[in-house]
Design a protein around this ligand. Structure first.
Ligand SMILES: [Zn+2]
Length: 471
């Protein structure tokens, strides 16, 4: 009897050991790959989000995000073939194909002859399903680099047509930029997408109810703005569509026995950084992290078969945590008092004053109070001087009968934004991109490959090797 029990136990143990051995040895490449790109998301942008989260809880230090807890970290250079400070087209091409190219080029070598094929295309050839998700237009440079080949990123219509011919399984985005071409007189790219087998869905209900697994689909955000992007997280109304909703939906459709490759771009970290809008950047990074959390939860269910990579195409704005006039003082929690993005504030103030032909100094000061919590009575002498200079120049240069222009409003809001950022000890060196290296965070199948210091072109090369993609 005792021997029988021992034998039974031995058999059960052997079965588990054998089946585990079989399970591990059968995985030779990751079934599921998530590739996240934070456009313009330098390391300071990530760190500002983390230190902001700590500061609003009265702590000095950082409150980690999901992806900054990942075990693997690397550092990547971002330069283009012909310019050290890159753009999203050249950097997107580097990240998608593993080859350097020239500024503004999408999916072609810098000679504009050799076609470069992305890892998404190569993963598709291998039988994986492909999802391309972005908070901006799907024919914008970063997502375009995964399926298009164009001498200029501005060939929006041609890029849109290449999306419709890509045969990729899911596109989820803010729609097509210039869907009927520059002059609005070509056949709609949405109609061509439908002819090529894509369902095009753009309402909450139709997207939520969609669950067909073997058809191609394009989800267009129901709350897309005029510029074909989804609203900034800081401006978003409750329950309006966001990137993590798109990712959840895409995972449920794309999951299949051959696995998937999903590229998700948070495109407006860059836009906010071009505006030097720190509070909006912070909310965009935190929102991006929510999408990464969805992928991480998926990873926890499939830890042996999933690989998650997060990086950026370049840094935007030359963001610094610290401001000269504040010495060693930091006050990142102050960023919580900005309730809307710089772009939305501009629009709102313009709508309010566009039919008037002047703004009084008191009204000018109340803009700061309303949007940036900058109290009239607590302005420092240098802040007061800055505001007076801007107001005097506005008043002396404008003709008395012309209505207020958006450009004039823009100068006002920008002055407040700078004062607001500096109060928080946040400073920017430029409204353009910089050449500062960016971070790479990873977890999952063979993620250790992403440790160290390398070039952006190495990222898809490493991915292709790990995913065993054909060249
Ligand atoms: Zn940019």
């Amino acid at each position: 009897m005792k021997t029988n029990k021992c034998l039974q136990l031995f058999l059960i143990l052997s079965f588990f050991l054998f089946s585990n051995f079989f399970l591990f040895s059968s995985v030779t490449s990751p079934k599921y790959v998530f590739f996240f790109i934070g456009d313009g998301m330098g390391i300071p942008h990530v760190n500002l989000a983390e230190s902001y989260l700590a500061a609003i809880n009265d702590k000095v230090g950082v409150e980690k995000l999901t992806f900054t807890r990942f075990p693997v970290f690397g550092l990547s250079t971002t330069y283009a073939e012909n310019r050290y400070i890159t753009c999203s087209a050249a950097a997107g091409t580097a990240l998608s194909t593993g080859s350097k190219t020239s500024i503004n080029t999408i999916g072609l070598a810098s000679d504009h002859h050799d076609t470069l094929f992305s890892i998404a295309y190569r993963a598709k050839q291998k039988g994986k399903k492909i999802g391309i998700i972005s908070s901006v237009g799907i024919n914008h440079a970063t997502p375009a680099a995964f399926y298009a080949h164009q001498v200029s990123r501005n060939h929006y219509y041609e890029i849109a047509l290449q999306a419709t011919k890509s045969d990729f399984d899911v596109f989820a985005c803010g729609g097509f930029i210039q869907p009927k071409g520059v002059n609005n007189d070509f056949k709609s790219a949405y109609d061509i997408a439908k002819e090529n087998g894509y369902q095009v869905l753009n309402t909450n209900e139709s997207i939520q109810n969609y669950n067909r697994k073997n058809e191609k689909v394009m989800f267009v955000s129901p709350n897309t703005l005029e510029n074909n992007s989804m609203p900034y997280a800081i401006d978003r109304k409750n329950n309006s569509y966001s990137l993590h909703n798109f990712l959840e939906k895409s995972i449920s459709i794309l999951d299949n026995e051959n696995g998937f490759f999903i590229m998700l771009e948070s495109g407006k970290i860059d836009w906010a950084a071009h505006n030097n809008d720190a509070a909006t950047v912070v909310h965009e990074v935190i929102d991006f992290d929510k999408s990464i959390k969805i992928a991480y939860d998926f990873y926890l269910q499939h830890p042996e078969e999933t690989l998650i990579i997060i990086t950026a195409d370049h840094e935007t704005g030359g963001l610094g945590l610290g401001y000269d006039k504040n010495g060693y003082k930091s006050n990142f929690s102050n960023l919580q008092f900005q309730k809307k993005s710089f772009e939305t504030i501009n629009q709102e103030v313009f709508q309010k004053y566009k039919t008037t032909n002047n703004i009084s100094y008191q009204d000018f000061l109340s803009i700061g109070e309303e949007y940036f919590n900058i109290s009239k009575t607590e302005l420092s002498p240098s802040e007061l001087q800055e505001l007076e200079t801007v107001y005097t120049s506005f008043n002396s240069s404008r003709s008395s009968n012309a209505n207020i222009s958006i450009e004039e409003i823009n100068v006002f809001i920008k002055t407040y934004l700078d004062i607001f950022n500096h109060r928080a000890s946040v400073a920017w060196t430029t409204h353009f991109h910089t050449g500062t290296p960016v971070g790479v965070w990873a977890i999952g199948y063979k993620s250790n490959e992403f440790t160290g210091n390398y070039d952006n072109t190495d990222i898809p090369k490493k991915l292709a090797k790990i995913m065993q993609l054909m060249p």
